[in-house]
Design a protein around this ligand. Structure first.
Ligand SMILES: C[S@@+](CC[C@H](N)C(=O)[O-])C[C@H]1O[C@@H](n2cnc3c(N)ncnc32)[C@H](O)[C@@H]1O
Length: 326
């Protein structure tokens, strides 16, 4: 059906069917048409989950407002090149739907690997564990971990107040009890639980990387994407903050004047997302950082990469460190 015919049908008061609408959009956009996205948009507007509904009900009539809404959304997707998640204002992560808008990064599939790693480290319902998600964004990591490990104490932090608003909204919508706080990375945070996981998907795209399409990322917040120094500036700053805190904690935990150990051990796992190309450099820099820190002699800090622990898997996009204060 031509665009004119479709317009005529609406004007004449006849409603377009599902198949009319899809055909009209295909004719309108020709080579630019995105059939899958068009179907997903229509499903969203009709509040149906499964695309097969569209084939099974191709003669179902759309109301003028459904048709206009779907047409407007497809225009945003194709003409404005807005990511589908922002058009639909939702993105699935680890089997749950998160609300997203331009205040937060769209959750990526590779970040689901961090959830698997944390679940493997904790290996229980989270009892006695504290999890801190630094740079929580939509709270896809914090909310998912709270729902997967319900007994864990989960904190979500971000520097962006706009992201925190969205994070809180998602946690509430999905029924996850999380404490959110505005911080610059780990600043003012403490290693105050015996067993902790600090998980972070920080910005790690260097603005100078010419192989990353800026057009694809234009709708996402810059604070969520870009970091200087080969994309590692925020990751390294976070690690330095954590290690400095560990050093201070070790001094407190150390031996008293009589030489008796004051406090039991504390273990922190640090689970970070990064680009596979950054791993080698991070390895090198981490060795330098630990060497340069003054650990003091009141406690022993064992800093090692978890990849040496046979039971843990890491994905291409994740690196895990373990800090033990004993
Ligand atoms: C790559 S996004 C990740 C969002 C979410 N965790 C995810 O995995 O989809 C990075 C997040 O870190 C936040 N961020 C950037 N710099 C930060 C800083 N210095 N301190 C705390 N959060 C920061 C951004 O606002 C953004 O929400």
């Amino acid at each position: 059906m031509s665009v004119n015919l479709a317009t005529k049908i609406i004007k004449n008061g006849r409603h377009m069917t599902i198949s009319d609408w899809l055909k009209t959009q295909k004719d309108k956009y020709k080579k630019e048409f995105l059939p899958l996205d068009a179907e997903l948009i229509l499903c969203f507007v009709l509040s149906v989950e499964d695309r097969s509904y569209l084939t099974l009900h191709e003669d179902q009539k759309l109301t003028p407002s459904q048709s206009a809404r779907a047409t407007g959304m497809l225009e945003q997707r194709i003409k404005d090149k807005m990511p589908l998640a922002y058009v639909l204002q939702e993105k699935e992560f680890y089997g749950r739907k998160f609300y997203v808008d331009s205040s937060v990064l769209i959750p990526r599939p590779e970040t689901e690997g961090l959830i698997d790693i944390v679940k493997e480290i904790i290996g229980s319902d989270g009892n006695d564990w504290k999890i801190v998600d630094i740079g929580t964004g939509s709270s896809c990591i914090a909310t998912t971990l709270k729902l997967e490990l319900p007994k864990a104490d989960v904190i979500g932090t971000d520097i962006s107040p706009f992201a925190l608003k969205t994070a809180k909204m998602n946690a509430k919508k999905l029924g996850a009890k999380i404490t959110f706080t505005k911080t610059d990375l780990f600043e003012q945070m403490t290693l105050d639980a015996k067993k902790m996981v600090i998980v972070a998907n920080l910005p790690y795209v260097d603005p100078k990387w010419d192989w990353v399409s800026k057009e694809n990322l234009q709708y996402e917040p810059e604070v969520a994407l870009y970091a200087e120094d080969g994309g590692l500036s925020e990751i390294l700053r976070l690690l330095f903050q954590i290690l400095t805190t560990a050093e201070a904690t070790a001094k407190v935990f150390g031996k008293d004047n009589a030489g008796t150990k004051r406090n039991p051990r504390q273990t922190t796992y640090v689970v970070l997302e990064l680009d596979p190309s950054q791993k080698a450099r991070l390895d090198k820099l981490m060795t330098m950082n630990t060497d340069n820190l003054d650990w003091g002699d009141s406690a022993v800090i064992d800093f090692q990469k978890i990849k040496n622990l046979a039971s843990l898997k890491t994905t291409d996009y994740a690196v895990v460190f373990k800090i033990s204060i004993i």
